[in-house]
Design a protein around this ligand. Structure first.
Ligand SMILES: [Cu+2]
Length: 112
């Protein structure tokens, strides 16, 4: 009986591991002193960016492509998942001199 239970737990664990993309990473990017924090060196499709407004001003995180547009009051945070590869040009609608460029790489499968 104990052996059956153990096998069942093992199957559940294996299923959970298989459904979790090994590459997906969550990054936190602070916004302070009228500037976006440094961009992560390596971004891939499926990664999540959590934008945290640590400024005393309201900011947006707006993609020129229209892919996303986050409006952040002071002290608030929002996240977005990167849906496609390529260059992302980001700016703030309230302060257009605030910009950031992100480079998102496609997901690559590991070769065995
Ligand atoms: Cu702003």
């Amino acid at each position: 009986m104990a052996r059956v239970v153990t096998a069942a737990i093992g199957a559940v664990l294996a299923a959970a591991l298989a459904s979790t993309p090994a590459h997906a990473v969550r990054y936190i990017i602070p916004i302070r002193n009228m500037a976006y924090g440094p961009a992560p060196a390596l971004l891939r499709v499926g990664d999540t960016l959590l934008w945290r407004n640590e400024d005393m001003f309201r900011h947006t995180v707006t993609a020129r492509s229209g892919e996303f547009d986050l409006d952040l009051m002071p002290g608030k945070e929002k996240e977005v998942q990167l849906g496609k590869s390529g260059k992302l040009n980001i700016y703030c609608r309230y302060h257009p001199t605030m910009t950031l460029s992100l480079y998102v790489k496609p997901v690559t499968r590991r070769t065995p």
